[in-house]
Ligand binder design. Structure first.
Ligand SMILES: Cc1ncc(COP(=O)(O)O)c(C=O)c1O
Length: 244
């Protein structure tokens, strides 16, 4: 009984080669392809960090909050006014919400253990969406795990190559990523947040000029402007050093 490998070798008129012998000579893989500290994104993040430290701004990222993130939050034992969370209605930390969460954990566990499409759907998902639709006066509602996932998923799905998306030049990354995913044509316009003071501050004006120049390079596919520029280009107005 001739085995499939022989039949295939004959069909391809190729000599039979032993299966265990490597066909290709081992190739030298550049270190930058596997050493984490040489990965471009890692180097980009370090460059941004260096730029932050050089301008004397304390690194705003990954500050560990030791309390409920409400109007105030505790960081390193200090109670601080919190401008960085969206617990606007104070639901997080509300005893009624916490109690309901405990009951839900007791019934469903701490994980949906699959996407809702597969087997992760729970009655409470439907109850929440029905209540949101009732409150918002819509036919139905769909909830996602985060705002970022919502924008990327919904914009990336609803729009396509035949569409044009006009968006604020400093729009949130999730909207940008959703727009890019959709394949729609994108046209950006200068931010119209109405916060004119932003333009008046010299350092902000310098920062914006550099961000616009970098964004211009990005949009016209010119040489990659480097991590810091990417970082500048992707920042929302609230990021600017004078805290406005
Ligand atoms: C305007 C805007 N859209 C989307 C998001 C993403 O939301 P999430 O942090 O829930 O992913 C944010 C988060 O800050 C945001 O400010």
């Amino acid at each position: 009984m001739t085995d499939t490998r022989t039949i295939r070798a004959r069909a391809l008129r190729r000599p039979l080669v032993p299966a265990y012998e490597p066909i290709l000579a081992p190739v030298e893989i550049p270190e930058a392809h596997y050493r984490f500290t040489l990965l471009p994104d890692y180097l980009a993040a370090r460059a941004v960090e260096r730029e932050l430290f050089q301008s004397g701004i304390a690194n705003p990222y990954f500050r560990s909050i030791e309390s409920i993130a409400g109007a105030t939050a505790t960081i390193a034992g200090r109670s601080l006014i919190n401008y960085a969370s969206y617990n606007y209605l104070g639901f997080s930390g509300d005893p009624r919400v916490s109690e309901a969460a405990v009951q839900a954990i007791a019934q469903y566990g701490t994980s949906a253990s699959a996407s809702r499409l597969a087997s992760g759907d729970r009655p409470i998902h439907r109850e929440l969406e029905a209540e949101l639709a009732r409150v918002l006066g819509t036919e139905d509602a769909v909830t996602f795990v985060s705002g970022h996932a919502t924008n990327v998923t919904v914009i990336g799905h609803l729009f396509g190559r035949k569409d044009l998306i006009l968006h604020d030049a400093l729009i949130h990354n999730s909207v940008l990523q959703g727009s890019v995913l959709s394949g729609a044509k994108r046209v950006t316009f200068r931010t119209t947040t109405g916060r004119r003071p932003i333009a008046s501050s010299p350092s902000i004006a310098r920062f914006r000029a550099r961000a616009d120049r970098d964004r211009g390079r990005l949009q016209h596919g010119r040489r990659h402007p480097g991590p810091a520029a990417l970082h500048r280009a992707a920042q929302p107005p609230s990021y600017f050093p004078d805290g406005r």
